[in-house]
Structures are given as structure tokens and as C-alpha cells.
Design a protein around this ligand. Structure first.
Ligand code: FRU
Length: 424
């Protein structure tokens, strides 16, 4: 496997590296980068469905947007099956854990609306059955395009394959609620190419998903972030000096870390509508560090690019470890170089006493961080847990230069608008 320089050449940019040395600085339970404990007494949004990845409606500049006073979120959603014999265990009880763990295979895109930025009401499915070309509708981003209420939903069409797609529809409001109309024609945009981004043929555990389009505040062009893995056959990647970074004596052994090859991908649009995209080399790679950098997104603040991405404990490579949560990197220009926030990259992780309490954090430009509840221990030893499948309490962080600080906590699923658009 080639190094970044051999692989991507000198132009248009060199991916920044999240190194093993950076990751050695990750420490769970630092209160400034740890999500407050989530109580096992949390309320659930719905007894009919599980929700996880939450995608607030926003504009192309990243502002969370309400329409005619209605806040709107999209969520990955799956039915709960409390009465399905398939999920009843040998004692006759509902095995909610198994039902929850199976959810990815039946994920569908739903939307919710609210007058208050919380207490969400279920709107329904965004696309009718049969519209999306694959079994799984995985994460992406809904973009409000204009005052006519047109919405482009970018998402990932998975199984078979993994394709970044978009579907256009419209948001319609009344005094009583919100509906989504249209969303009938799904347009494939691009797939992993095997040269910059790993394909399924190169690695059955590849990741290629989670589109996040945006307008660069500096050059005004349309780009898109996404999750990928660095191209190459599984096991062929090299964890060399650059990937290791400046480690203390005794930390040179990289074990089997060549199998962890996450990256944050970027593409640029060739047109104004975002129908025609060209993939560029990754912005950030984590070869030898972590196998997943999911749902990448930006906050543009103080003239800087704050790049956030979620990752798991179980996807870390041999010899490095960190909590489930959101990690961040900062640069002065879009193509980097990116430096890990707080030295390590960790911005908001789960406390070690409740390692799976939340996931899929989305940092909004107002510093609020939304996530979902995964599972919370209900006894001292953490052997009993309560499955969530619902919105977690919102946390506020302060971003200051290369550091971040947890400063406040709000209600479950609190996602207030940053601006309101009156539809024409
Ligand atoms: C994050 C994630 C996304 C993916 C979805 C699948 O929680 O893994 O990367 O699109 O969940 O359910």
C-alpha cells in the first residue's frame, strides 16, 4: 500500500493524518470532553419505532432552519417488534436488544416536526415503499433549498452496494403540522472508486456513506463530505512513520492496525444543483488508528473549519482506544492541514461507566450537540441495560481555537432553529 504522498500526489491537497500519537492523547472521563450521564429514566419519542441518526433540516450554509415556525428533523427509523415471535425469547419476553441490534438492516428515513424544537411529532416516512432503490436508507442530510420549500435529501442507498444518492421533494406546512411531498425519484450520485476510496470488492467491511453537502464560506463552491475508507485491498495498508506520529519509546509496535483505514472523504460539485460530483482525495485519514469516521460535518466559526466526525471504541486499532462519541479537527482552510481538537481529537465521549449511552452526535453551528440514546445501564455492574432508540439530552460545547469545552445540558432532543424561513 502506498503512502499518502505516493497515492494522492502533490495536488490538489494532501490528506491530513489522525495519527496513533494523537490518539494516545485520547482520555475518557475528562469532564470537559465527556457527555453528562444519561439517566435510565429517559422518555422515549415513540413506542412504535426506534430512531437513531438525527438529521436536522438545514440550509446549504449549515444553519438549522425552521419553516413557517416549524422545526423539522429527519431520523433513521425502524419499527419496534414487541409482539413479533421472531423477537420473543425462550422465556416469552420481548428481546428488545436483538430487535435494536438488527435495526440497520431495515433503516428507513422518517421525519418529525415541532413548534418548540423538542417534543417531536412523527410526520411519517419521507419516501414511499419502493422509491429507494436499496433495502437500507442510511444517513445523510436534508437541505432546504429555497422559499418554495424545495428540499434535497442526500442519503446513502445501501444493500446491495453503497451509493450516495439524492431525492428532491418539498416541505409543506399548515397550522397543524408539516408534510413532505414528492421524494419520488432517487438520483444516484457516486460510489467508491477503489482508487481513493475503498470498495466492497477490496474489503467486505468497507464504509462509504453519510453525505453532508455544504457551501464553502470562502470560495462559495458546493462540496460534500462523506465517510469512507482509504482504497486498497484489506490488509495491504501500511502503518508507517507518518501514521504512527511522534510516539514515546515502547509505542512503535502497531500490531494489526493496518486493518483500520477510516477516512473523511470530500467531493466537489461540477454544477450549481449538486447533480454532478467529482470525488477528491480524503481530507483526513485514520489509517492505523480507527476504521470508522462516520457522519463527518463542519462548523464554520471564527474563520476556521471545524471538522467533526463520530467514531466507536470497537473500531479503534490495536494499541489505541477511546470512547464512543464525536471527534474534531480544525484547519484554517478547507483542504487543511487539520489538527486534532484538544490535542487528541476527542470532543464529546461517553463516560466509561456508561460507554454506550449515546451515539451519532451532530455538532450544530450554535454549539449544540444532538445525539441518540443507545443503551443505559440500569444496575451497578452494567449487566442490565435499557435500550434507547430515542433522542438524548442535547449538550452544548464551546469551541475556542483548538479546544472545546462542555458547558451546558438541555432537554431530550432539543434542536432549536437558527433561522426561520417563511414559505412563499
Ligand atoms: C451511524 C451510522 C451511519 C450509518 C447508519 C446506519 O450511527 O453507522 O454511519 O449511515 O448509522 O444505521
Amino acid at each position: 500500500m502506498k503512502s499518502n504522498t505516493e497515492k494522492f500526489g502533490k495536488t490538489p491537497h494532501q490528506p491530513s493524518l489522525w495519527t496513533r500519537a494523537d490518539a494516545l492523547k485520547v482520555h475518557a472521563d475528562d469532564p470537559t470532553t465527556t457527555q453528562p450521564l444519561v439517566s435510565a429514566n429517559f422518555p422515549v419519542l415513540s413506542n412504535e419505532v426506534f430512531i437513531w441518526d438525527t438529521m436536522p433540516l438545514r440550509d446549504m450554509d449549515g444553519n438549522i432552519t425552521s419553516v413557517d415556525g416549524w422545526s423539522v428533523i429527519f431520523t433513521l427509523t425502524a419499527d419496534r417488534h414487541p409482539n413479533d415471535p421472531q423477537y420473543i425469547d425462550e422465556n416469552g419476553n420481548y428481546d428488545i436488544t436483538r430487535d435494536w441490534n438488527d435495526r440497520h438492516g431495515r433503516a428507513k428515513m422518517y421525519y418529525w416536526f415541532s413548534r418548540t424544537g423538542k417534543d417531536w411529532k412523527l410526520g411519517g416516512r419521507v419516501m414511499a415503499e419502493g422509491v429507494s432503490p436499496t433495502v437500507r436508507e442510511w444517513a445523510g442530510t436534508p437541505i432546504l433549498l429555497n422559499e418554495q420549500g424545495e428540499v434535497d435529501l442526500y442519503y446513502t442507498a445501501v444493500t446491495p452496494g453503497a451509493t450516495i444518492v439524492k431525492v428532491r421533494g418539498r416541505v409543506v406546512t399548515t397550522e397543524h403540522g408539516v408534510s413532505m411531498v414528492g421524494f419520488e425519484k432517487v438520483k444516484p450520485l457516486f460510489e467508491a472508486d477503489g482508487k481513493m476510496y475503498q470498495t466492497e470488492a477490496q474489503n467486505p467491511f468497507w464504509g462509504f456513506r453519510d453525505p453532508w453537502p455544504f457551501r464553502d464560506p470562502n470560495d462559495g463552491k458546493l462540496y460534500m463530505l462523506f465517510e469512507g475508507n482509504v482504497a486498497g485491498e484489506r490488509g495491504s495498508h501500511k502503518v508507517g512513520k507518518a501514521e504512527i506520529g511522534d510516539v514515546p519509546p515502547g509505542y512503535e509496535d502497531v500490531g494489526n492496525s493496518r486493518f483500520q483505514t477510516a477516512c473523511v472523504g470530500i467531493a466537489v460539485a461540477r454544477d450549481e444543483d449538486g447533480d454532478d460530483w467529482e470525488m477528491l482525495p480524503p481530507l483526513l485519514t485514520a489509517v492505523g488508528v480507527n476504521d470508522q469516521t462516520e457522519r463527518p460535518h463542519f462548523v464554520f466559526q471564527d474563520g476556521k473549519y471545524y471538522l467533526f466526525t463520530i467514531s466507536h471504541t470497537f473500531t479503534y486499532a490495536d494499541g489505541v482506544i477511546g470512547p464512543d462519541g464525536v471527534y474534531g479537527f480544525v484547519a484554517d482552510s478547507l483542504f487543511g492541514p487539520y489538527v486534532p481538537l484538544n490535542g487528541s481529537g476527542l470532543v464529546l465521549g461517553n463516560p466509561s461507566s456508561q460507554p454506550f449511552q449515546t451515539y451519532s452526535h451532530c455538532v450544530m453551528p450554535n454549539g449544540l450537540v444532538t445525539s441518540f440514546i443507545d443503551s443505559v445501564p440500569t444496575d451497578e455492574n452494567g449487566t442490565q441495560t435499557r435500550i434507547g432508540g430515542t433522542e438524548a439530552p442535547t449538550v452544548e460545547i464551546k469551541i475556542k481555537g483548538q479546544q472545546t469545552f462542555v458547558v451546558a445540558e438541555y432537554d431530550y432532543g432539543y434542536i432549536p432553529p437558527m433561522l426561520d424561513v417563511t414559505l412563499k
